[in-house]
Design a binder for this molecule. Structure first.
Ligand SMILES: Nc1nc2c(ncn2[C@@H]2O[C@H](COP(=O)(O)OP(=O)(O)OP(=O)(O)O)[C@@H](O)[C@H]2O)c(=O)[nH]1
Length: 312
């Protein structure tokens, strides 16, 4: 009955005697290793499977037989010690079953200590864990990116600006902020439709994002047709040059816009504010407010232009 139970188990069971010879090799082991019980019985395990010699499993077996210590092999360090394959295709491709292994000393009356090696298939659990990790990464990236344009979203910006302002204060370096707003976008939507409005937002976002060169520069969608750019270590003069280049880049996209006033294509207005090391601001809201006021001035003065915030 015991043998039937061992053969019915969906788990590998190997028993070794004091000489490390196989005295039990259940059906599960035969099925996935391709080595039948008759071929295994009586053989020293580390001769039967020489690739296991000198590895962690051999140490665990010796520890069990000699010192009476059980061991569990870490799944992350020892993913697939035994050459076990779930099916012929996996064997041909060399894809081993992922294994969890436990080695337990066995006291057998009147004989040298034996040990039991239990092998379980954790392939499904490992695959599920891998999938969950990928999904978590995907969710994390969705949490911080804008669904339409794929650039960073407002939440991402809020975190980044806090961090960059602190960093710039610590390092005594400047930090600039650009607020960029598409001109007459309501009229664009009204004339071309919301779908084409969305396409326009995607194109403008991609063009602006492509202009950023340094790893810490960040562009985010701040609101509907408004974008914000964080430029660490960039002073006022540099940020105005950058803002001007971005404005020009959108003009050069030449996206037709027949209701945009004088221009016959999509344009943007840009407000710029800089935190300089000798005049740091207390809170991100102050820098954002300054860039926003400059943007308002740019709109008021006729749009399609860059305005630098003038300190009061
Ligand atoms: N297609 C589309 N339109 C949007 C989206 N978000 C905001 N908008 C539109 O953007 C327009 C913004 O209009 P306003 O704030 O009046 O500004 P404006 O027409 O651009 O005028 P100025 O900024 O003064 O040049 C509104 O009509 C919004 O419906 C979006 O995700 N997709």
């Amino acid at each position: 009955m015991l043998e039937s139970v061992l053969d019915a188990m969906s788990l590998g069971a190997i028993v070794l005697d004091g000489q490390r010879r196989v005295v039990l090799w259940n059906r599960w082991m035969a099925q996935y290793s391709g080595i039948g019980a008759p071929a295994a019985h009586g053989r020293a395990l580390f001769e039967l499977l020489p690739e296991l010699a000198g590895k962690r499993l051999e140490g665990a077996v010796d520890q069990a037989l000699r010192d009476n210590f059980p061991a569990v092999l870490s799944q992350t360090l020892h993913k697939a010690p035994f050459p076990l394959f779930l099916h012929a295709g996996a064997r041909a491709a060399g894809e081993r079953m992922q294994q969890a292994i436990a080695v337990t000393p066995l006291a057998i009356g009147g004989q040298a200590r034996h040990c039991l090696i239990q092998v379980s298939d954790v392939s499904v659990a490992v695959a599920r864990e891998h999938l969950l990790r990928e999904q978590a990464l995907e969710l994390r990236s969705q949490t911080f990116s804008d669904g339409l344009t794929g650039i960073a979203n407002r939440r991402h910006f809020d975190v980044a600006i806090e961090k960059e302002m602190r960093r710039s204060k610590r390092a005594g370096t400047p930090l600039s902020l650009l607020m960029i707003d598409i001109d007459c976008f309501k009229a664009y939507n009204d004339h071309y439709g919301h779908q084409q409005g969305d396409d326009c937002l995607v194109k403008v976002a991609a063009a602006l994002a492509a202009m950023l060169q340094r790893p810490l520069d960040l562009i985010a969608r701040y609101g509907g047709e408004e974008f914000v750019v964080v430029l660490p270590e960039m002073d006022a003069a540099g940020s105005v040059t950058m803002a001007e280049a971005m404005r020009l880049c959108i003009t050069e996209l030449a996206i037709p816009h027949h209701n945009a006033g004088a221009a016959r294509h999509v344009t943007v207005s840009v407000g710029v504010a800089t935190q300089s090391p000798d005049n740091p601001v207390e809170h991100p809201a102050e820098l954002i407010g300054a860039a926003d006021r400059a943007l308002y001035t740019a709109k008021r003065d006729g749009r399609d232009r860059v305005v630098m915030h003038a300190p009061e």
